[in-house]
Write a protein that binds this ligand. Structure first.
Ligand SMILES: Nc1ncnc2c1ncn2[C@@H]1O[C@H](COP(=O)(O)OP(=O)(O)OP(=O)(O)O)[C@@H](O)[C@H]1O
Ligand SMILES: [Mg+2]
Length: 399
């Protein structure tokens, strides 16, 4: 990570080509990390050459800028640019959406319709989430990529189109090929040129740059006092894995900008919002820090205190109910239970791994009493002792 930091370009580094600066400015792309700049340069370089491009990268990494750059920096920039989210169109209508249909070709096709391949003729078609295309649609797509020809749904007349395809996915397409979900020939056809959008956590200083930008966008938009970040918060940001990439960072910064308006965000305030995921999907790579233990301790205490309140309430309820039911044992003072209930934190902390037989017995008795909400009769039954014996034991523990 520190290497990454060193190689990160300063914001106004003159080595950025005018085209890269232009692309960044035009599309509002923030960041100077070498991997991001390399991806932008690659898009600019392939733009004038009419080959298909596959944009890959994790979810939220910023793939959607790249087809726009390719369109803008190519010869098609004055023609149409159409973006289609292949994952959002129902399987039943996707062929018709992409390739159009003839009137009456299926129920509901009351008129002929142009598809995106016809609409975008001469321009660029961005096929987002391309891995979601059904296999039948993949076959049609392969044909149009290879020959420029397609058939409208319900038509036998071959139509020609001249569309440049840029596709994007956050799925490992080779894996999809192996599973038989994506055609291998289409994969090779689409990925002649690949642009890999880097993960956010590999972008060093860009993370803080983006956070600052999102914070200032938020305060401008909602007219709130801007937030700043403590050095420690910035360091944690740079260490975190950001499984949701830039989208996740924006979401976190928006929340902080709202609730901490006008303040400096501390490391703990940031960490509170970062999912410490147990499934491993979002495992943060933030190093353990003494403050973490302090925060955890605080959290445990809060938990214990709220438990105590709940147990107290429960106890009062149970005592009330038993009193109503006229259970004589329930009228007995519950002093030994009270000591357990009143100070559950002591028991949590002690969490006694008992050291003697007496202690083990005491713990069992108190646990059973607590489980029975202080009802001595039930407790005695559970322990297979008389109520009297139970009282005696409780008096001993009190002493
Ligand atoms: N470098 C960046 N500068 C500014 N904003 C960015 C940058 N990268 C991403 N974003 C913003 O982050 C959000 C997510 O980006 P985008 O929609 O392009 O992600 P994606 O890679 O297409 O993710 P998915 O695979 O989930 O569709 C968008 O709001 C986008 O504007
Ligand atoms: Mg996307």
């Amino acid at each position: 990570m520190s290497n990454q930091r060193k190689t990160t370009l300063p914001a106004d580094r003159p080595e950025l080509s005018p085209e890269v600066m232009q692309a960044k400015q035009r599309f509002g792309i923030i960041g100077n990390s070498p991997a991001l700049i390399a991806a932008i340069e690659r898009a600019i370089r392939v733009a004038p050459i009419d080959l298909s491009v596959l944009v890959t990268g994790e979810s939220g990494a910023g793939k959607e800028f790249f087809p726009k750059i390719i369109h803008q920096f190519g010869a098609r920039k004055h023609k149409k640019y159409i973006a289609v989210n292949c994952g959002a169109i129902p399987e039943g209508t996707i062929d018709s959406e992409l390739f159009g249909h003839e009137k009456g070709s299926f129920t509901g096709a009351i008129a002929a319709r142009k598809g995106y391949f016809e609409e975008a003729d001469g321009g660029t078609l961005f096929l987002d989430e391309v891995a979601e295309l059904p296999l039948t649609t993949q076959a049609r797509l392969l044909r149009v990529l290879e020959t420029g020809e397609f058939l409208k749904v319900g038509s036998s007349t071959v139509q020609k189109t001249d569309v440049r395809i840029v596709a994007a996915t956050n799925v490992d397409l080779l894996e999809a090929v192996k599973k038989g979900k994506f055609r291998e020939d289409l994969y090779y056809r689409l990925s002649t040129i690949r642009i890999e959008v880097p993960d956010l956590h590999d972008r060093g200083d860009d993370i803080h740059l983006l956070a600052r930008k999102f914070a200032s966008d938020f305060s401008r938009k909602y007219m709130t006092e801007p937030i700043t970040f403590s050095e420690e918060a910035v360091r944690s940001m740079e260490l975190y894995r950001w499984p949701g990439n830039v989208r996740q960072l924006k979401n976190i910064v928006d929340q902080l900008a709202l609730f901490e308006a006008g303040r400096e965000v501390s490391r703990d305030q940031l960490l509170e919002l970062l999912p410490l995921d147990r499934s491993g999907l979002a495992t943060p790579t933030v190093q353990p820090h003494p403050a973490d233990y302090e925060a955890e301790r605080k959290m445990l205490w809060q938990l214990v205190l709220s438990l105590r309140t709940e147990v107290d309430q429960l106890r009062r309820k149970v005592e009330g109910r038993n009193a109503d039911a006229g259970d004589p044992a329930a009228f007995e003072p519950v002093s030994s239970v009270t000591s357990l209930v009143k100070y559950p934190e002591v028991d949590v902390i002690r969490n006694a791994a008992p050291t003697t037989i007496e202690e083990a017995e005491k713990q069992t008795v108190l646990d059973t009493l607590a489980r029975n909400n202080g009802n001595k009769r039930k407790t005695a039954e559970d322990l297979n002792i008389s109520v009297r014996t139970l009282y005696r034991k409780l008096q001993e523990y009190e002493a």
